[in-house]
Design a protein around this ligand. Structure first.
Ligand code: SF4
Length: 191
């Protein structure tokens, strides 16, 4: 069964490489790094040229030298942003969007979002970065709960949409996303 599983994965990778999706992503590979390297205006001009004149078929690949999570700066350097409340017409609250994603996970399974060091949730994420996982997670999985003993990170793993942002963006790479048991997760029946 193990060999069959590996064979399936090899076939999946080959099928992905032969698909329109791979071609589209490959042609757009320089988009983000160009903006990071050359700035909004020069990078924007570069992207316009590469998309419109060259159709994304550049012979080189630009790369970012630092990982996304290393770009995060301490919260003390910024002012909090006051976002308008969702109007229910064009903008929606996160939990309504989770509801329409039909996200479900098997009960009683091991939590598929794990902290490698649970003390960092408050000592680093909360105190230095104002717990960015509260804001970047599209499903409101991470919540800081104020208790008499102090703040505590609550992880509502059953709402997870499997976008893997937390796996990539956590400032100390302390959140590990593992595949949930039973094929659980979002299920958009009309897509
Ligand atoms: S994978 Fe995405 S939806 Fe799930 S907890 Fe992480 S950030 Fe939230």
């Amino acid at each position: 069964a193990g060999d069959a599983g590996r064979g399936d994965l090899v076939a999946y990778a080959a099928a992905f490489k032969g698909s329109w999706l791979y071609t589209e992503l490959y042609q757009a590979r320089n988009f983000g790094p160009a903006l990071h390297k050359f700035g909004t205006f020069l990078g924007g001009a570069f992207n316009w040229l590469q998309q419109n004149l060259f159709g994304g078929r550049m012979f080189f690949t630009l790369k970012d030298k630092t990982s996304d999570h290393q770009q995060l700066a301490p919260a003390a350097r910024f002012q909090p942003i006051a976002y308008a409340r969702p109007d229910g017409q064009l903008t929606f609250d996160r939990l309504s969007s989770v509801f329409i994603s039909n996200t479900a996970h098997e009960e009683e399974q091991p939590v598929h979002l794990q902290l490698l060091d649970s003390t960092k949730a408050i000592a680093i994420n909360f105190r230095e970065y104002a717990s960015p996982e509260q804001r970047y997670c599209p499903a409101g999985v991470y919540e800081i709960v104020e208790e008499s003993a102090g703040p505590r990170l609550q992880i509502n793993a059953s709402n997870c949409l499997h976008c893997k942002t937390c796996d990539i963006k956590d400032p100390t790479q302390n959140i590990r996303w593992v595949a949930p048991e039973g094929g659980g997760g979002p299920n958009y029946p009309n897509m």
